[in-house]
Each structure stands twice: as C-alpha cells, then as structure tokens.
Design a protein around this ligand. Structure first.
Ligand SMILES: O=C1O[C@H](COP(=O)(O)O)[C@@H](O)[C@H](O)[C@H]1O
Length: 254
C-alpha cells in the first residue's frame, strides 16, 4: 500500500494543528487547480470539536470556494445533539465564509430511504459529470469496533457498489437511522485522512492497520484507488502498532 502514510503525534494537541494544515494545504491546491474549488467531506463524533477548534485557529483561511458535505449523518433534527450538521453548524460553519449553496446537508424531515436518495441527488448535482463524486479530501473517524462513516462491521452496506449514498435503519451505534457515503465514494477521493486519538482505539487500530486473524473491518476497506490515504494518530491510539510509522516534525509535508 504505497500511498498509505501513518503519522503518529505525541498527543491530540500536536495532531490538531497538523490536521488544520492538511485541510488548508489541500484547499489551496484544489482552489488553484482547474477545479477552482475545494470539496471536503466531514465525519462526526470526536472529529467535530477537534477540527472546529483547529480550523478556526488558522489565520486567513479562505473558505469561499469550499463545498462541504458529510461522510455520514444521523437522521435526527438539526437541533438534536446527535446531528453532525448541527454540531458543525454551531462550532464551525457559522464562523466561516462558506456560501450556503456550498454546504450539502441531508433533509432530516424525510424517511431514511428517501433522505439517502435526496442526499445522493445533492451530491450528484454538485459533481456534474462524475458518476461517483470525487472529493478532494474526506476526513474520517473510526469507532472502537472498526466502523467508519456509518459502515459497520459485517453489515450488508459494505458490499454496496451501485449507490453513492445508502440508508441504514439498524445502526448498532445509536441513533439507528443514518445515511452514509458508500465505499465507492470513499475510495474515489483524492485524499482520505483518518483521525484517531485515544487509547480506546489502540486494539482496533492494530487490527485495521496490521491485519491478522480477525475479519476485515470497515476502516480497513478504505483504500483510495487513485488517491492518498493518511492516518493521523496520537501515541495512545498507536500504542500497539509494530509497523513502521512516521513521527512528524513541524517541517513534515502533509
Ligand atoms: O457514529 C459515528 O462514529 C464515527 C467515529 O466516531 P468517534 O467519536 O469514535 O471518532 C464517526 O466517524 C462517524 O462520523 C459517526 O457518525
């Protein structure tokens, strides 16, 4: 896996600024390319506060040409504490200069299957000419069970090949109803970066990154076909790894 890099920071406090530099550098690259815009997919969970805090600390971050979508979303009203969009709206998006038309959120008033179809339509309209949307950067998290987006171990959605967005009604992690990007979208991205911190992730990270006897977990199925794959970890999360990792310094290119 030559396009995979595993970067281990002493703590989340050191990882955070590097994550912000990654977003900012990929934004610059994309906005300066023929595409003239930066397409970013966000995940929920522990990423929300870390990313929000670090991006807002960057001086002069121009997000006027950003298109932001959500790698997965929980089917709850936006004012529910479980709404990923709601959390980002309060903590980050309301403080940036992204045009409203550049924020692609689900319609939580719809039944879950229709909500997934509606969200797939929104993605498709914003990626004209692409049968599978190709994002510049997808930021992913991973649960202690190895799930990423709302793709859970042993779930049939892992085998989805025709839809870009799928509905799930029986998520083992509450809330049960969610919509999620599928693996074809994740693996089409130009860059996918996982962010994983804390000792509770150490056992599953070993299984995902080093393999072994167990089943192939959802996060281990993320392997962008043309793009790069970055794992940004802190030392507690990386504690059980025996493979070679990078220990970044302030000069490390991301
Ligand atoms: O439920 C979810 O969990 C994953 C992992 O979250 P974390 O709090 O363990 O980092 C997250 O990436 C996903 O977006 C979310 O819906």
């Amino acid at each position: 896996m030559s396009n995979r890099r595993i970067l281990v920071f002493p703590s989340a406090a050191e990882l955070g600024p590097a994550l912000a530099r990654l977003v900012s550098s990929r934004s610059r690259q994309a906005c300066n390319s023929d595409r003239q815009r930066f397409t970013l997919g966000l995940s929920g969970g522990s990423l929300v506060s870390l990313l929000s805090q670090e991006l807002l600390a960057l001086p002069n971050l121009d997000s006027s040409a950003w298109v932001v979508a959500f790698c997965d979303e929980r089917l709850v009203p936006f004012n529910d504490a479980e709404s990923t969009y709601g959390l980002y709206k309060n903590q980050l998006l309301s403080k940036m200069n992204i045009p409203d038309s550049g924020i692609l959120a689900i319609d939580p008033s719809l039944p879950v299957e229709q909500c997934a179809e509606d969200y797939a339509r929104k993605l498709s309209m914003n990626f004209p000419g692409e049968s599978v949307p190709v994002f510049d950067l997808l930021l992913l998290g991973m649960g202690p069970d190895g799930h990423t987006c709302s793709l859970f171990p042993d779930h049939p959605l892992l085998e989805e090949t025709s839809k870009t967005v799928a509905a799930i009604s029986n998520s083992p992690k509450p809330p049960p109803q969610r919509v999620t990007m599928t693996l074809p979208v994740v693996n089409a991205a130009r860059c996918v970066a996982f962010v994983s911190t804390g000792g509770s992730k150490a056992p599953v990270l070993k299984q995902v990154l080093e393999g072994g006897e167990g089943p192939i977990l959802p996060a281990a199925r993320v392997a962008p076909s043309q793009g790069e794959l970055l794992w940004l970890l802190d030392e507690p999360a990386a504690a059980y790894l025996t493979i070679q990792v990078e220990k970044p310094t302030s000069g490390t290119q991301l």
